[in-house]
Design a protein around this ligand. Sequence first.
Ligand SMILES: Nc1ncnc2c1ncn2[C@@H]1O[C@H](COP(=O)(O)OP(=O)(O)OP(=O)(O)O)[C@@H](O)[C@H]1O
Length: 576
Amino acid sequence: MKTMWHYAMRQKGLLLVNMICVFGFVIIELGLPTLLAKMLDVGIVNSDFEYVKKMGSFMVMTIIVGIILYIGLAVVGAKINTRLVQHMRDDMMGNIQTFSHQEYEKIGMSSLITRTTNDAFQVMTFMGMILRIGFITPIMFASSVYMIVRTSPSLTAFVIGALPFLLGGILFIGKKSEPLSTKQQKNLDNINKILRENLSGLRVIRAFVNEPFEEERFDKVNSDYAESSKKLFKLMAAAQPAFFFLFNIVMVLVIWFGSIQIDAGSLEVGNLIAFIEYIFHALFSFLLFSSVFMMYPRAAVSAARVQEVLDMETVIKDLPEGVTETTTQGVLSFEDVSFAYPGNSESPVIRDVSFTASPGETVAFIGSTGSGKSTLIQLIPRFYDVSRGAIKIDGVDVRDYKLSALRHKIGFIPQKALLFSGTIADNLKYGKPDATEEEMREALDIAQATEFIAQKDKGLEEPISEGGSNFSGGQKQRLAIARALIRKPAIYVFDDSFSALDYKTDATLRNRLKKETTESTVLIVAQRISTIMHADKIIVLNEGNVVGTGTHKELLKNCSIYYDIASSQLTEEELA
Ligand SMILES: Nc1ncnc2c1ncn2[C@@H]1O[C@H](COP(=O)(O)OP(=O)(O)OP(=O)(O)O)[C@@H](O)[C@H]1O
């Protein structure tokens, strides 16, 4: 509720109009039976046709105003709702952008998508119900009960007698539906998760002829979702016939005793008709309100999931007043750095790593898979914070920087080259929004991308499909490199970013890079010895420990792990 009201209250003006429409609508709805009763009991009974005509025109006018107010209610409600969900999604996205890897991993990508789309939609739908039904029904109910008591106090007992049954039913359904709603949303998370994996891993699935297995996996989560939805809908559906059964019993009793009272002359026909109309409004309002109440647990589950995203604070705290300017540019030092992934503090992935890297220098990291290379370099832009020790850039601890200033110093090229849908130019401008065509062409030239772009019909304006699927792995890597180059950062971090390039392109690219980065610090993670053998310093990692530091030649002599890696890739002559 807190979440919904927070967003609804951002539109106080529209809420006020909504309330005015609600009041007007209720007055008109209850005014109609009153006018009808008068028309019957005064006009028809006394054959006063002037009176009948007068009441008739009042009723027509009332209906017209009622329609206008009802349309107003729908329009205003739709406006409030769409803005509500828009603001909610904007805020969620804003907070998600601040998340570190830890928060992403905690909630999970699929769940974040479900929460931003489906859960926000559930909250919006419920708010829509509140704005119309939730506001109208309590007022309608209270006014109807007032009219019921005023018209015939003796018949009121039947209405009051029905209320405990209604209330009991509503509470029962509300209690039953909450765990079902939680389960339903979780099952929807699972559908999204499997769907994402299936769509992004389509080629692997096909290559391994695993379609039947994947279909079965999807079918399972889909059935789970259908099962939980079915139970929920069954529960909701059972409420309606039960209500109409109760409603009909009340009606029969009212008409039965009402006709006895008419016979005895203590009640007029018009009043009985109006009375039945009031009962209908009172009980129907109660039912509609109960449908809001029954939907509440489901919306509350969604609202809680949305609120969790909104409340989640990143462990990587930004320092808005942090350091933005430094005297040097690109001096990097690791000082006894250890790191363990969250929830795994007993087994650090990086242990007591120390090294320095200066502008103009290329430092490379090598080691077996899982030795901690990617983890180590992800600590530099603070994708994770160190568990012990410190990483300093230009003498300042990375945690003391304003986050944007820190990340501006770094050109990070991740292991998996990710391109955004748009054009080649759009993707390059992601690195530098005001990049000129000349700057773009220069970056592409260094990244050895000029040739394949020249073959594209539209050159820089060539469209890139979702995930860059219309480019090869090596082309994507080169574009990702160009995107980082265009920023001219103080520190380049290449996380195995040359792996998809052929040997010749790899060598040419690194040569060009060397000329371009004379004033920058370059860190390269690679599996290929040929990619790193010319680095000024090579750091060999094994199970998170530094087991060797030196040049290619030095390490061949005094680091057995490096020698083993090198000997598996180089010829005897190259080793010598
Ligand atoms: N997000 C994560 N949560 C928990 N453990 C992780 C996470 N990412 C990596 N690890 C673990 O940390 C260790 C180091 O992984 P890392 O990716 O840094 O190795 P790497 O040397 O870069 O390997 P590769 O060369 O295969 O990319 C591995 O044991 C891995 O299982």
